[in-house]
Design a protein around this ligand. Structure first.
Ligand code: NAD
Ligand code: ZN
Ligand code: ZN
Length: 345
């Protein structure tokens, strides 16, 4: 089968012919219908040798939807022919966290040479994906594959980040979303569907702000030197109750902390390389609270799928055949993608 393989750090992944895996034990073979391309894939491809614990080579792709086509003799919880979305974080499978579907916070994470499918283990940018157990799959019914695949990460990570802020997002509050790309446009929709907070969106691209508007944001503005002031004015000068930063550079973190009101909460999601200094006294608002959400839990993925099936989430996606992965990666690098890119084998 064809698969998009990462074979050397700092070099572009390449399509290669590899053997189609055979499920053993509790494993499930999924015929891939679509795999999302995430900015994290670029961070992995560009990784300096030694910066990630992964062993090369492996197949990329951590956002996957498809159909279970073969089961190992001990597999249960999924039927052959069932359509599914992947729960991508794969932990040790044995700790308390993994046992309750919270592989994203596996207690043995530091001892693993992977973070999940397509992240140190073979992922779904291929014709077939071998999944260790049906507990890593959530049924999707008739949800189209290009809608379902991005729920694995863009949907789940956004949902988990919003869930961590929900206690401060009541009536009359405001939330700033920085970066309205694959994750951000779903975060806007999840905020609209699951909270009553007003949503203020920021991006460097006009087309991303148009996407924020279509996703239900109440206001959108370009990232400029005076953006903190513009956003504050939209909160009656009090400041925002919460910020979701899907970029994570020094500039966006400065905006985030500059726009928060006292007691405000920042969810730092983007892997843009920025860092925050916590000090007292310092520039952070009093009562400032920070979360560093990573991906999400399996129960949350089921909730995201339910939201999408109810019609509350719509993934804006651009489809490419798997053979055009290099072109799709180039478009993502150049900031030309609207919403999510989905690769179809
Ligand atoms: P994306 O490229 O689809 O979206 C990023 C958006 O941010 C784009 O619309 C871009 O125009 C905008 N942007 C770039 N620079 C900006 C700036 N200075 N100010 C405002 N907007 C700016 O990326 P994505 O796939 O949505 O991923 C977003 C980030 O989240 C990446 O860094 C990714 O690695 C990270 N990520 C983290 C987790 C996690 O679990 N914490 C999970 C998935 C992705
Ligand atoms: Zn990702
Ligand atoms: Zn574990």
């Amino acid at each position: 089968m064809r698969a998009l393989r990462l074979t050397a750090w700092g070099e572009p992944p390449a399509l290669a012919e590899v053997e189609r895996p055979m499920p053993r034990g509790s494993e499930v073979l999924v015929q891939v219908e679509a795999a999302g391309l995430c900015r994290s894939d670029l961070h992995v491809i560009d990784g300096a040798p030694g910066s990630l614990p992964y062993r090369l080579p492996f197949t990329l792709g951590h956002e996957v939807a498809g159909r279970a086509t073969a089961l190992g003799p001990d597999a249960d919880g999924v039927a052959v022919g069932e359509r599914v979305v992947l729960y991508g974080p794969w932990g040790c499978g044995a700790c308390d966290r993994c046992a309750t579907g919270r592989d994203n916070y596996c207690d043995r994470r530091d001892t693993l040479t992977w973070h999940g499918a397509g992240l140190g283990r073979d992922g779904g940018m291929a014709e077939y994906l071998l999944v260790p157990s049906a507990r890593h799959l959530v049924p999707i019914g008739d949800l189209p594959a290009d809608q379902a695949a991005p729920l694995s990460d863009a949907g789940l990570t956004s949902y988990h980040a919003v869930a961590g802020l929900r206690h401060v997002l009541g009536e009359g509050t405001s939330t700033v979303v920085i970066g309205v790309g694959g994750l951000g446009h779903l975060a806007v929709q999840i905020l609209r569907a699951t909270t009553t907070s007003r949503v203020l969106a920021v991006d460097v691209r006009e087309d991303a702000l148009a996407l924020a508007d279509r996703s239900g944001a109440d206001f959108g503005t370009l990232m400029r030197p005076d953006t903190a002031r513009v956003l504050r004015a939209r909160t009656g000068d009090a400041g925002a109750d919460a910020v979701l930063d899907f970029v994570g550079t020094a500039k966006t973190l400065e905006l985030a902390t500059g726009v928060l009101r006292p007691g405000g909460e920042l969810a730092f999601v983007g892997s843009g390389g920025g860092c925050l200094t916590v000090s007292k006294p310092g520039v952070l608002p009093p009562g400032f609270r920070l979360s560093l959400p990573f991906w999400g839990t399996r129960p949350e993925l089921a909730e995201v799928v339910a939201l999408a099936r109810s019609g509350a989430l719509h993934v804006e996606s651009e489809r490419f055949p798997l053979s055009a992965a290099p072109e799709a990666i180039g478009r993502l690098r150049r900031g030309q993608v609207r919403g999510r890119t989905v690769l179809v084998p």
